[in-house]
Write a protein that binds this ligand. Structure first.
Ligand code: FAD
Ligand code: NAP
Length: 501
């Protein structure tokens, strides 16, 4: 002990003594916290709780044998820098008070109520694993796919490996104007030699290398001032090698909409009013406008060489996906043309249908209108219309000891930084409750109790060390193919590698 105290700095000693006062030495047992989901929300919540409590143990349960959620299975393969947060997550996983328990589907292998019996607190961070539907005829045709499944397919998500994607057509339509829409369009249009250097799954690389797609049309229901994608991602599309940008000029005249009310046509806003927009929105709108109307040479130089193109169309809601005569896929999408109405704030204007329609021919449709959360099991309250767990600052209403963070708490609305802030806020609330008398102080068994129940059910769990074996195997496979990694995409193979010596 004396040696230990010698090694501790004065600051750490002070922190430790403040911990002892705050958490009290009379607690009968160290608290155990279970986290469900090992995406950014799960790891950032774990980080915050471990940092803020001297003795808490945190166990992260994950459905798949591999960690990191959408950082591994969502973030586009050509955005490796975004995945750097994995280093921080790995540091958290290496803390001796943290365990990763993979290959456990909470809700199926173990109920949330059973976790609550074994843990002082349970934090649900299982993300949004479904997507929103349009509810229009033709949505279930072959080659009418959710962007979510398409993303899972190119990123090697086990459930999407077998997705039937037919790229033997010239035009794809992407419905939605968010960053996921730009991701899928970019993957469809990026030259194959660029994709070959990423960690994209090998079977999708193979399919993309044979793709005949030359044109991707991104269609949104509102106007250019309401797009949900961000400037960096738009610029990346505009400067994509060998690809021309075509922004629907007619509808871009909606930038000339007069918001001071003199103009009778509700489609139109004056460009000067851009100055009244918040800066990020103004810069994004200027980039859209310049690319459409007055593209600088640095853009046209790329576009002159183009063999492919992407189009951006506004103010169109899909009303039907028209099948080919044999019904083996889509032939076109029918749209109702909208106008914008309402709110003084242009960003909050609503699309309302006009009598006009449009038809765009295509052979592939990707629906990119947002992800949606699903409940883990019937024991957890759930708002099915929003796809979230109702909560106040991360506390689940009426369920002491139950918390949530990330997309399942707030909806699929933020990027990694937002997931981090939300997780830190929930972590803080958990720490507050651990420091009060709100939660039971008895030892409920934690991981030991759950692992023995899982073992009895024959569930083969995966530790973080096991994941590191999978990681190494993937990097080795990747080296052979000149890629950062070749993802193992079969759960059986993941478990085999995890179990190897
Ligand atoms: C296609 C796409 C690309 C994106 N690209 C970027 C980007 O470039 N930059 C950026 O900042 N943000 C990006 N984002 C947003 C970012 O990925 C999210 O903000 C973040 O991942 C949300 O974190 P989460 O932990 O709430 O959910 P998730 O990352 O989805 O993590 C949830 C975890 O819970 C697990 N899980 C689900 N059900 C269960 C269960 N029953 N039992 C146990 N575990 C379960 C899942 O397997 C998963 O590991 C992207 C999102 C998408 C969809
Ligand atoms: N590179 C990155 O940083 C990156 C990459 C991917 C994802 N992400 C993040 O992940 C989150 C989710 O992205 P997302 O693209 O899935 O969602 P999103 O940003 O919410 O965009 C959804 C798009 O779908 C449209 N839409 C919704 N319902 C519709 C309907 N019924 N009919 C027609 N259009 C409809 C929306 O239009 P309205 O505005 O009219 O509703 C919007 O254009 C976002 O925070 C995003 O920034 C980030």
């Amino acid at each position: 002990m004396r040696v230990l105290y010698k090694r501790l700095s004065l600051t750490r000693l002070r922190t430790l003594s403040s911990y002892c006062c705050r958490w009290g030495s009379s607690r009968s047992a160290d608290p155990h916290v279970a986290i469900v989901g090992s995406g950014p929300a799960g790891f950032y919540t774990a980080q915050q709780i471990i940092k803020g409590h001297p003795t808490v143990r945190v166990d992260i349960y994950e459905k798949l044998p591999v960690p990191f959620g959408l950082v591994r299975f969502g973030v586009a393969p050509d955005h490796p820098e975004v995945k750097n947060c994995i280093h921080t997550f790995t540091q958290t996983a290496h803390r001796d008070r943290c365990s990763f328990i993979g290959n456990v589907q909470v809700g199926k292998d173990i109920k949330v109520a059973d976790l609550q019996k074994a843990y002082t607190a349970v934090v649900l961070c299982h993300g949004s694993s479904n997507d929103r539907k349009l509810g229009i005829p033709g949505e279930d045709l072959p080659n009418v796919l959710s962007a979510r499944s398409f993303v899972g397919w190119y990123n090697g998500l086990p459930e999407d490996v077998g997705l039937s994607v037919n790229l033997d057509c010239e035009t794809a339509i992407v419905l939605g104007h968010g960053n996921v829409a730009l991701d899928v369009a970019r993957v469809l249009l990026t030259p194959i030699d660029i994709l070959a250097k990423t960690d994209i799954s090998d079977y999708s690389m193979d399919a993309l290398s044979k793709s005949r797609i030359k044109k991707v049309v991104l269609v949104g229901r509102r106007g250019p001032l309401q797009v949900a994608f961000t400037i960096k991602e738009l610029r990346e599309m505009i400067t994509l090698p060998k690809c021309r940008t075509v922004i629907d000029l007619l509808t871009l005249s909606s930038l000339n909409e007069n918001i001071d009310g003199e103009e009778t046509n509700t489609h139109t806003v004056t460009i000067e009013n851009i100055n009244e927009l918040p800066r990020p929105r103004r810069r994004l709108t200027e980039l859209l406008y310049n690319a459409a109307v007055n593209p600088p040479e640095k853009y046209t130089k790329i576009w002159n060489d183009a063999t492919r193109e992407w189009h951006l169309k506004f103010l169109r809601s899909p009303s039907e996906i028209v099948p080919t005569s044999s019904k083996e896929g889509p032939e076109a999408v029918k749209f109702i043309i909208n106008m914008l109405e309402g709110d003084d704030d242009p960003l909050r204007r609503k699309a309302v249908p006009t009598d006009e329609t449009d038809v765009i021919p295509c052979g592939l449709v990707l629906r990119s209108i947002g992800y949606k959360g699903v409940p883990l099991d019937e024991t957890v309250p759930f708002d099915t219309s929003r796809g979230v767990i109702p909560n106040k600052k991360g506390r689940v209403d009426g369920f002491p000891g139950l918390y949530c963070s990330g997309w399942i708490a707030e909806g699929p609305v933020f990027v990694l930084a937002g997931a981090m802030n939300n997780a830190f806020a929930t972590g803080k609330v958990v720490l507050e409750d651990l420091g009060s008398s709100k939660l039971s102080s008895e030892n409920k068994g934690g991981k030991d109790a759950v692992l023995s129940a899982l073992q009895q059910k024959g569930v083969k769990t995966v530790t973080f060390t096991d994941w590191e074996k999978i990681d190494q195997a993937e990097i080795l496979l990747g080296e052979k193919a000149g890629k950062p990694r070749e993802k193992i995409v079969s759960i059986k193979e993941m478990i085999r590698v995890a179990s190897s010596e």
